[in-house]
Design a protein around this ligand. Sequence first.
Ligand code: ATP
Length: 208
Amino acid sequence: RRWILGLTGGIASGKTTVSNWLAAAGCAVADADEESRAVTAAGGEAMPQLEREFGRRCLRPDGSLDRRAMRRIVFSDPEARRRLEAVIHPLVRRRLIERLAGGGSAPYCVLVVPLLPSILELRPLLNRLLVVDVPESLQVERLMRRSGLSRGEALAILAAQSRRCERLEAADDVLENCGSEPELFRGLESLHERYCAMARRFMENCAA
Ligand code: ATP
């Protein structure tokens, strides 16, 4: 049994920045986005089923998922979105759990899941849930800068996500990321120390 931290946050809130730091500090990190890309790559586990569900129009010539085409398909069709998620989510969940079973000598494991409903489904596996939080105005700025989007496009993406207050409500801990990266890492370092101590106690209790 491992001690598991769930990590979530809105788009461009800083999840990857935080999970990279935790990986460098020795944590075993499993990332839902990475697993989702793996199962929808050419030859990925999800591809035969996606082709059956949506036809060749959802494939690129190399056999990987055509994300842009898929986004168009599910954009105005909630039922199609549900079918897409019904294929991908169980595969991603299984791969995340397999990864956690590895993780050897890490002080604890980190499960990075951007979507709030998805991490809440995994809540029973988690010992603690950390939310990286930024005000929406800053999220829009960082999203525009990083992805070269217009303000309108960035706002539309935010509108399609869970609300900030819902994430905060689900959190055990909130890591503010509205300052510089060094400030973020200072906050993260003290959380990490607490998590290491919690994980140690947890493992001692499990052994006893
Ligand atoms: P996504 O949801 O798109 O995967 P994310 O939550 O993983 O994004 P990051 O990729 O870590 O977020 O950060 C988003 C962008 O903001 C990146 O370009 C990152 O370098 C930048 N960024 C993160 N934290 C800070 C900070 N404290 N100061 C300045 N820039 C930051």
